[in-house]
Design a protein around this ligand. Structure first.
Ligand SMILES: [Fe+2]
Length: 373
């Protein structure tokens, strides 16, 4: 199967993977369904960023799966219920924190026992932009980053709890500001900037939340150059959990659709994070991050620097920018269907990934004209 951003989706394409609804209890569209203009419009209304569709010769390509779909769905449902509870009660109870810790433990178990190594953000996304699913994604990414750093199991669970709770202070921000369609005004932004401390205020009363978790919640919007909030701390003055969350929070936010912009592609969001190393993010942590995310998830349609169109088959955690790809048409590199390993094969070291289907600069060639018009 291949991944097609919704803007490139065409009537007649056949879905290779069901699209769950935002609450996960049913499918918006089922595997095997053929897209029509009205279905594409419906997907757009639901904020779907893209779809997996069938393409002859790519049947064996599957997105990598960090967590069994049923387990992910169960965790999502439990966490959604808890989050609703946070919203409706004036304070967070001991019991609610314990239940959230259980979810963090469950994610750590899943992540440590995984077969797949790299996170395909398209795959983990729950197809919505609710705070709880964002927090869940930030949890998965933060635990993986922390694991990459070699921290202990107890602290992995703590970073998970911290990530799940990091935006809890948004509960105390007026909903019309949180859900505003479009950029916020300066005074609205000043109110939004209070959410880390409001979160700490709520959690401070729970004696089963560690100091390190509180620090992480408080500092997840700090930037290493001192331009973040609430305190403008610099470098390692920002607690470790805050520095980890800063990377995973921004990565998940950029790859999600917003009312005023489309979702960024994984490689675009990774480029942004790398470019902001030492300004916004801790450079060493960005190095860890680069070992846990796919820049070009399996199924991504790419164009190589020689112009050849190809689809990504496999990724390597040692270098997430150099996947193995399969040619979508015969070119000077080889016949249609031939595989090119950009990471291991010296013969292809001169080649790079020039563009991704969905980029403005993606040039059409006959091989992809059928899938991207
Ligand atoms: Fe936040």
């Amino acid at each position: 199967m291949i991944y097609v951003p919704l803007n490139n989706a065409q009537p007649g394409m056949k879905l290779a993977k069901s699209i769950p609804s935002s609450i996960g209890y049913f499918s918006l569209l089922k595997n095997g369904e053929v897209l029509t203009s009205s279905l594409i419009e419906k997907l757009r209304e639901h904020g779907i960023d893209g779809v997996y569709v069938e393409l002859a010769g790519s049947e064996d390509i599957e997105p990598s799966c960090i967590m069994e779909p049923e387990v992910r769905q169960q965790i999502t449902n439990e966490f959604r219920k808890l989050y609703t509870d946070y919203l409706t009660r004036p304070a967070i109870s001991y019991k609610a924190v314990e239940a959230t810790k259980k979810i963090a433990e469950n994610i750590v178990d899943q992540v440590l026992g995984r077969d797949e190594y790299l996170v395909d953000i398209m795959e983990i996304k729950g197809y919505d932009s609710y705070t709880y699913s964002h927090s869940l994604n930030v949890g998965i990414l933060s635990i993986l980053m922390a694991n990459e750093m070699g921290i202990t199991r107890n602290r992995l669970e703590d970073i998970g709890l911290c990530a799940l709770m990091h935006d809890i202070g948004k509960v105390d921000i007026p909903i019309q500001i949180i859900n505003k369609n479009g950029p916020v005004t300066d005074s609205e932004f000043a109110i939004i900037k209070t959410h880390p401390e409001k979160g700490v205020e709520r959690l401070r009363k729970c004696f089963n939340v560690s100091h390190e978790v509180l620090q992480g919640v408080q500092s997840h919007h700090e930037k290493v150059d001192g331009t973040g909030y609430p305190y403008g701390y610099k470098g390692t003055r920002i607690p470790m959990f805050g520095r980890i969350l800063a990377v995973s929070d921004v990565y998940d936010a950029l790859t999600s659709q917003r009312s005023y912009r489309g979702a960024w592609l994984p490689n675009q969001a990774i480029e942004y994070i790398v470019a902001k190393s030492d300004a916004q993010f801790d450079r060493d942590l960005v190095g860890n991050f680069m070992h846990i995310v796919c820049a070009y998830p399996a199924g991504t349609v790419v164009q190589l620097s020689d112009g050849s169109p190809a689809v990504v088959v496999k990724n390597f955690s040692e270098n997430v920018l150099r996947p193995q790809v399969r040619l979508l048409e015969s070119t000077e590199l080889g016949p249609k269907g031939a595989e090119i390993n950009l990471f291991e094969d010296r013969e292809y070291f001169h080649l790079t990934v020039k563009a991704v289907l969905g980029d403005a600069n993606f040039e059409l060639t006959p091989g992809v004209a059928k899938i991207a018009q």
